[in-house]
Design a protein around this ligand. Structure first.
Ligand code: UP6
Length: 363
């Protein structure tokens, strides 16, 4: 078992988003994903901003959020993307796609939600067979090609801020379709018939893992960003749901192995699994394991009684059991954090516990 930092640089086979995520984990000293299952969009954005510094992934179920705004540039997805850039986390829409290839392509790219535009990561049920993965991979590749083309054309259109001679800031992959600030800039510059727009980007240097909070700075456009966090690549990634946390689920060992097999054949798109244990077996396997069904006992009553389940089939394990005992990388926590009096502090408690479990595993 290698460190996250080592795994970030492992082999040409590692998905670009996986490398990025592993670097973020190292940088922020966090292997925590918040499952942001709150009731409305306002609460979602609020909690994402508050908990952002403690997490590396924000998991959504867009279809349980009331008032989700579908506007491509100013809607809830676009706002999440801005927060993701500010704090340095990836957005994972826990869509659990589960239909024939043609249907899932349309559900991923189109409809009201256009998941591909704002979610770096999504996931599938493998019930329909391997074509669900190849179909989504094809849709993601087409999307990436289009976006990179749009970024290139908007930047090479030669926009620049006319007022100050400071020049433009270079670099970074920005998606003008989903990034509110960028598209505002573009519109602005267009209206002023001017010249350009440079897009806020952040420098490429990484801070050591023990100074995870980074320094905050205010860039020219008023955007607050954390220095040290690079832009996420424009790639899209997939997780395969290979094991579930719920009692009596039907995913047996044979099923899980079939998921692993499909993942190995589609490393260009599959980042890893939602599973209850690490499935990495071969030396070249570098899949990420994200694990739901996780809670800590309350601080004032540190026994594991009372964190067994939710009465609706959910079964909980501690970060220690999952990360040290089962080799999981990232814990996914919803109600454990959201139901606390202060979710921000509670997220920090989970971050520390999960990171401690990871360092224990490394020793
Ligand atoms: N989830 C599971 N178990 C799985 C797969 N996904 O709980 O096997 C998802 C749920 C929910 C989150 O859909 O969004 O993870 C768990 O939330 P909780 O921490 O509040 O139980």
């Amino acid at each position: 078992t290698s460190t996250f930092a080592t795994r970030a640089t492992m082999g040409v086979d590692t998905h670009p988003l996986t490398s990025y995520l592993l670097r973020l984990m190292d940088l922020k000293a966090s292997n925590l994903c918040l499952s942001a299952d709150v009731s409305n969009a306002r609460e979602l954005l609020l909690v994402a901003d508050k908990v952002g510094p403690a997490i590396v992934v924000l998991k959504t179920h867009y279809d349980l959020i009331a008032g989700w705004d579908f506007h491509p540039q100013t809607g809830t997805g676009a706002k999440l993307v801005t927060l993701a850039r500010k704090h340095g986390f990836l957005i994972f829409e826990d869509r659990k796609f589960g239909d024939i290839g043609s249907t899932v392509q349309q559900q991923y790219v189109g409809g009201s939600a256009r998941v591909v535009e704002w979610a770096h990561i999504t996931n599938v049920n493998m019930i329909p067979g391997p074509t669900i993965v190849t179909a989504l991979a094809e849709a993601a590749a087409k999307w990436k090609e289009r976006i990179n083309y749009e970024v290139k054309t908007s930047v090479s259109a030669g926009f620049s801020y006319p007022e100050d001679g400071e020049g433009t800031e270079e670099g970074g992959c920005v998606n003008p379709r989903t990034d509110v600030n960028t598209s505002n800039h573009l519109r602005d510059a267009d209206e002023r018939k001017g010249s350009i727009v440079s897009i806020t980007t952040v420098t490429q240097s990484f801070e050591p893992a023990d100074s995870p909070r980074l320094s905050k700075t205010t860039l020219r456009d008023g955007d607050e960003v954390y220095l040290g966090i690079e832009e996420a690549p424009t790639d899209r990634g997939l997780l395969i749901l290979a094991q579930m946390s719920s009692a009596g689920n039907l995913m047996n060992a044979e099923y899980t192995n079939a998921c692993l097999d499909t993942a190995r054949k589609n490393k260009g798109f599959v980042m890893g699994f939602v599973a209850q244990q690490s499935l990495n077996g071969e030396p070249e396997d570098n899949f990420i394991t994200m694990t739901p069904g996780c809670q800590l006992p309350p601080e004032d009553e540190p026994t594991e009684n009372g964190i067994n389940g939710d009465g609706l089939g959910q079964q909980y394990k501690t970060p220690e059991k999952l990360i040290v005992g089962s080799g999981c990388d990232i814990i996914i926590v919803g109600r454990g954090i959201l139901k606390a009096d202060n979710p921000q502090l509670e997220a920090e408690r989970y971050r520390k516990a999960a990171w401690k479990a990871y360092t224990t595993r490394m020793n």
